[in-house]
Ligand binder design. Structure first.
Ligand SMILES: Nc1ncnc2c1ncn2[C@@H]1O[C@H](COP(=O)(O)OP(=O)(O)OP(=O)(O)O)[C@@H](O)[C@H]1O
Length: 311
């Protein structure tokens, strides 16, 4: 993807719209005012942040896929991140939570250097990925963004066919048609979309539902075989059923990929993540296994946030 296309991709992805506090905390919220009662009982939200599933227990022996140390980030003169150190463990889901404007998305975007597309930004510190510092000027950012893929708030399929959306990155790589065909199917299967689209691969991606479009964007990211997937509020524009599908997908994908997810929805963080970092005003206030963060946070600010005292 060219820098211009990446910027368009990024801008479109950020147009997720604003949500009220109630919408943020209400897992039943969606654009069509669907209520939680309309979801089949076995798919309803467990409702309690404290219900951490057993398989969500952090693997303490997991290596660090990326180890961020002493990260400071500036938009011009404005400092947005302050001395953030956070390890992102291999094949684990790390959730980034915190109130609006605390720096979650900024942090996420430092991991594949998407912030470089914004003029006047500056990064200090290091993020070790495969023994190389992501923030090093010599890093090949095109390759980096293949290895560390990204999914945005709002699904942003290209106005092309379903097949060509997934094939996009592979065509830029100059892959053979045979390889592209194989990878498109593999990626659509990986994104749990194959069965729904296999008979209409040449139809426009814009005709898919919002949830299908978001899974298509995940398939597009998977096609270039990334190691890490960054997800910036991937469900914020989806209804509860589409949200549950993405959450189930995350649970499957983490068997093969390292996932970092920004979410406003604390039930979601509790449901899908193994490790959680809580940000406030650009600082990482607390980090730890998700179970600990939600059941026995050590910092008052974390406790106030997860108990809904501010947001
Ligand atoms: N392109 C930009 N230029 C200047 N300042 C920015 C830019 N993007 C974000 N900021 C500022 O950086 C700070 C962190 O923003 P960021 O979007 O990372 O927060 P966030 O926690 O992801 O918020 P939200 O949950 O609302 O998306 C905020 O003060 C925001 O205004």
């Amino acid at each position: 993807m060219t820098p211009e296309e990446q910027q368009v991709n990024y801008d479109q992805g950020r147009q997720g719209g604003t949500r009220t506090r109630q919408q943020i905390y209400d897992p039943a919220w969606n654009e069509n005012n669907m209520t939680i009662e309309s979801i089949p009982e076995d798919q309803q939200d467990p409702g309690k942040v404290t219900e951490i599933r057993r398989e969500r227990t952090l693997n303490p022996n997991a290596d660090f896929a990326i180890n961020v140390e002493h990260l400071n980030f500036y938009y011009g003169k404005k400092q947005a991140l302050f001395d953030v150190s956070l390890p992102l463990r291999n094949r684990q889901v790390t959730a980034l939570i915190g109130p609006s404007g605390c720096g979650k998305s900024t942090f996420l975007r430092t991991l594949n250097r998407m912030n470089d597309l914004i003029p006047g930004t500056r990064t200090e510190g290091q993020a070790l990925f495969d023994s190389n510092n992501i923030y090093n000027a010599k890093t090949d950012v095109v390759l980096l963004r293949q290895r560390i893929g990204m999914v945005f708030q709002k699904a942003n399929p290209f106005p092309k066919s379903i097949f060509e959306n997934v094939a996009y990155g592979l065509r830029i790589q100059g892959q053979s048609n045979r390889h592209i065909k194989e990878m498109v199917e593999k990626s659509l299967r990986g994104a749990a979309l194959w069965d729904e689209v296999k008979d209409r691969l040449n139809a426009s991606a814009l005709g898919l539902s919002g949830g299908q479009q978001q899974r298509l964007c995940i398939a597009r990211a998977l096609a270039v075989q990334p190691e890490v997937l960054l997800m910036d509020e991937p469900c914020s524009a989806l209804d509860p059923i589409a949200t549950l599908k993405i959450e189930e997908l995350i649970t499957e994908l983490v068997k093969d990929y390292t996932i970092v997810i920004v979410t406003h929805n604390m039930q979601q963080a509790a449901r899908v993540s193994h490790f959680t970092g809580f940000f406030l005003s650009g600082k990482l206030i607390e980090q730890g296994p998700t179970k600990d963060i939600f059941e026995r946070p050590t910092q008052k600010e974390t406790e106030d946030y997860i108990s809904g005292r501010f947001g």
